[in-house]
Write a protein that binds this ligand. Structure first.
Ligand code: XMP
Length: 529
């Protein structure tokens, strides 16, 4: 899919200096783009096997080749498009990207032991280099880096010299500075390479000459202007989920076309405590026609007796679209449909070389476009999550909403194991609310990436007052993660867990026991279903 397809408009590329990141499937590729943007450089990611059109159409000022799981020594490994070498712009190859660079330009490589994964130290060469010269540690101490590779460069391509290395990997950084070509065997984009940001800054600002013209406030002004120009007369409709992306989309539209925005909230009955009130509160002073459709009975009825998680997701996704479409048809003057698609959604649905594998079918409003004859606008499709949050704050959304933890589209239904019942939803909503309240009070909410309660389909014995009870078990889950692809369980203090347990058992009728989930991802997923 071309990044400007599906009504996204020309995007901000035309008005900013551009960095092209070619993706060879590393789990860190998006991180490279985010780091670049933190440095004020507008970056887009294209598949590493791009036929060269990425270079021609996008006209980047520099190119970064990402890491990746393949071995350049294996037949069929992805190679770098020729246009990268002929474009005459600086190129930085990272890990696989460096190996592919070495291979393409006449170096030699070997799959030799030991392989090097994790923290490593490098000695920098004495001769100055534009890439390393700005590091404070230059010359004083070894450079701390994060390595992850099997194959290594053993012979430099003509014109290159070594910039840094160690005993295991003598060529860990190389350059042909005349041509602006740089290779790093380690990952500058991860925090475990403490000087990584400075290295990227040197490459982008010093070597490639980016001025740093990407700022969210400029984007805000540009996109508001563009929406005002582009949106057809009549009103624009969007589905507001309570999540950050759709909320920021709504706030942006309210600014761009005030009085012409209809936001429909489908109350599935599976939302968290206080969610609807939060939405009302956030939008009450914005020029938006906010419509809350109570469909909780329909959802409960459709889910009756259904235990299979995927079936739950499909039922909810279908019904959501059905209800939203009913609402849309009842509104006469809708001309456009807005969606809160953000850049990671675009990259993932374009299917780069990444190890993308569908483990759960994530419910989004993605089925809508074919359904409804409206123009689609996706004003956030160029932004990463942290940029969306920054924009949301600028647009006046409450910080609590903007910094809110992710919540799955199918809501509490996938946190009630087994069939969903009205009683189960009530119990879980209450338990979840108390858990989050205690995390907030203790300051721990912000130290977790996602925290929630899960209602289990098992009962256990409890003694309450003088009587014996036989009631359901609630599991608590709190995880810490950067990207939600892997996660650690949060090491909440015991006295906090004790307080939470006491409150839940005292204040939530109908539950017998509280357990805390101490499983990482992998092997477990973050949600229980
Ligand atoms: P898992 O459970 O796959 O979750 O480790 C990773 C992240 O995705 C969220 N998630 C969902 N989001 N619809 C969504 O919109 C879904 O069906 C869904 N399932 C999981 C999950 O909350 C976590 O943030």
């Amino acid at each position: 899919m071309s990044p400007s397809a599906r009504g996204g408009g020309p995007g901000p590329a035309a008005s900013h200096e551009r960095l092209l990141i070619l993706d060879y499937g590393s789990q860190y590729t998006q991180l490279i783009a985010r780091r670049a943007r933190e440095l004020g450089v507008y970056a887009e990611i294209r598949p590493g096997t791009d036929d060269g059109s990425g270079i021609r159409d996008f006209a980047p000022r520099a190119v970064i080749l990402s890491g990746g799981p393949a071995s350049v020594l294996e037949p069929g490994a992805p190679t770098v498009p020729e246009a990268v070498w002929t474009a005459g712009v600086p190129v930085l190859g990272i890990c696989y990207g460096m190996q592919a660079m070495a291979q393409a330009l006449g170096g030699t490589l070997e799959d030799s032991w030991p392989h090097e994964y994790g923290a490593a130290e490098l000695e920098l060469e004495k001769a100055p280099s534009r890439l390393f010269d700005r590091l404070e540690s230059r010359g004083a101490s070894p450079l701390q880096v994060w390595m992850s590779h099997g194959v290594r460069v053993t012979g430099l391509p003509p014109g290159f010299r070594v910039l840094a290395g160690n005993r295991t990997t003598p060529i860990a950084a190389m350059a042909d500075e005349k041509r602006g070509l740089y290779g790093l065997q380690f990952h500058p984009e991860v925090r475990h390479t403490p000087d990584g940001m400075r290295l990227l800054a040197s490459f982008l600002h010093e070597i490639a000459g980016f001025r740093g013209d990407w700022r969210i406030e400029d984007f805000e002004a540009e996109v508001i202007h563009e929406l005002g120009e582009r949106l057809p007369d009549g009103r624009v409709l969007l589905a507001l989920s309570g999540g950050v992306d759709s909320a920021v989309t709504a706030a942006l539209l309210a600014r761009a076309v005030p009085g012409r925005v209809v936001a429909v909230v489908v109350d599935t009955g599976l939302l968290r405590e206080g969610e609807l009130a939060g939405i009302r509160e956030a939008f009450h002073s914005m020029p938006i026609d906010l419509r809350i459709v109570d469909a909780s009975r329909r959802f409960l009825a459709a889910l009756e007796g259904v235990s299979d998680p995927e079936e739950k997701r499909h039922i909810i996704g279908r019904l959501f679209i059905e209800i939203f479409a009913e609402e849309a048809r009842a509104l006469a003057d809708i001309r456009a449909l807005a969606q809160g698609t953000i850049y990671p959604d675009v990259i993932e649905s374009a299917g780069g070389l990444g190890p993308a594998q569908v483990i759960k079918s994530h419910h989004n409003v993605g089925g809508l476009p074919e359904f409804l004859p409206f123009e689609i606008v996706e004003p956030l499709r160029w932004l990463f999550k942290d940029e969306v949050r920054a924009l949301g704050l600028r647009l006046g959304l409450p910080p609590a909403l903007v910094s809110r933890q992710p919540f799955p589209g199918p809501g509490l239904a996938v946190r009630i194991l087994g069939p969903v019942t009205a009683v189960g939803v009530e119990l879980l909503r209450r338990a979840d609310h108390l858990f989050l309240e205690e995390l907030t009070r203790s300051g721990w909410l912000g130290r977790t990436s996602q925290a929630f309660a899960v209602l289990l389909p098992v009962r256990s014995v409890a003694v309450k007052g003088d009587g014996r009870a036989y009631e359901p078990v609630v599991a608590l889950r709190a995880v810490v993660t950067d990207d939600f692809m892997t996660a650690h369980w949060a090491e909440l203090p015991h006295e906090l867990l004790a307080r939470i347990s006491l409150r839940l058992t005292n204040e939530v009728p109908g539950l017998s026991r509280i357990v805390y989930d101490i499983t990482g991802k992998p092997p477990a997923t973050i949600e229980w279903e």
